[in-house]
Design a protein around this ligand. Sequence first.
Ligand code: NZQ
Ligand code: ZN
Length: 390
Amino acid sequence: MINFQYYAPTKVVFGKGTEKQAGILAKEFGATRVLIHYGTGSVVKSGLLDAVKSSLDNEGLPYELFGGAKPNPRLSLVREGIALSRATGVDFVLAVGGGSVIDSAKAIALGIRNDFDVWDLFIGKETAAACAPVAVILTLSAAGSEMSNGTVITNEDGWYKRAYGSDLCRPKFSILNPELTYTVSPYQTSCGAVDIIMHTMERYFTTEPPMDITDAAAHAVIKTIMKNVMTVLYNPRDYKGRAEIMWTGSLSHNGLTGCGGIGDWSTHDIEHELGGIFDIAHGAGLSAIWGSWARYVYKTKPGRFAEFASGIFGIKKSNQELAALAGIEAMENFFEKIGMPVSVSGLGINMTDGQIDEMAAKATSNDTRTLGNFRKLHKEDIKSILKTAR
Ligand code: NZQ
Ligand code: ZN
């Protein structure tokens, strides 16, 4: 195990009706004028936006409404949000939605408090010195952005999807009411399940000797999602099922399942390239690539994949390689069972050789950096993984 820091400062307010506390909580964290940021309409349709407005009205808190964040949230909207916030004196950003809305809100909050162009953060040119406070009312269990330090934004100029991480933009509070996820479609529910599982798997596949407690937490996260996603696909209004998934989603990406190890993250990095140019749902992009990545790298440490197969699926084989391959296949079978693709063609996309080359070049900045830690991947490795994932 390696030394680690664990920092999860977000106040979590969990349960039925908790969205009514938004105004009180925003005041508690110093808001005087709030930007209510939301997506493409689900929170208008569900009535959640009206409930949030009432909660702020009750506390006498003025606000600006700012919708339109799309899946794979766009830089142009972030820039609009920064301009609006500066013009109106917004000092607090409240995200009402899923990961895309939260990430857009975090980028706006970073932009408000820094003088340079916000994209400079995402290309490593600048580091944030400050961030306006951000808070969340979560409507989709998936990205884990409600407790994470990350924001992922797509720049339409070149279709670069890039992440920036800073503890400054971890949400001050996150309101998690599982009832707000009843209306999430089966497809997005499954995408969310894959993403939550992947946030733990990216941390699980480490070459460091693992900690028992971290492994136990990781196994619990993955098994809880696998069990409860079946429940809610069958009955979308199952409160316990939605609650298990919601809380597990937050724990999967707040650092808990990575303590003592070094995360890999190459499946995420490759998905970001796919998402950047094909505008796909993040979770579906991850399931389309993961098996190809896993079969490419497992020989680095087959024992780790054998532990995964045993811990998640109870698979025991006569040797570690057989167990590793059986575990990878079992995970892919699960993805298919919940309607998720296990190839890029399953996303309805036929990648050309030119597109594969473009994505591998972008991911490695023209082969000047590698992806991943379980096995370091160069441009040619990424091309091979994408070709197998076709
Ligand atoms: O736009 P609206 O109307 O909100 O509709 C959304 C969207 O169409 C809909 N939706 C959300 N809540 C709903 C609902 N529909 C009905 N009822 C509800 N209660 O679902 C669709 C997808 O929403 P989106 O926010 O895009 O999904 P998700 O939460 O999966 O977020 C994906 C984004 O998060 C990034 C991904 O790359 C992707 O851009 N990630 C962010 C991370 C982070 N900040 O830490 C980590 C992740 O690994 C991930 O990369
Ligand atoms: Zn993810």
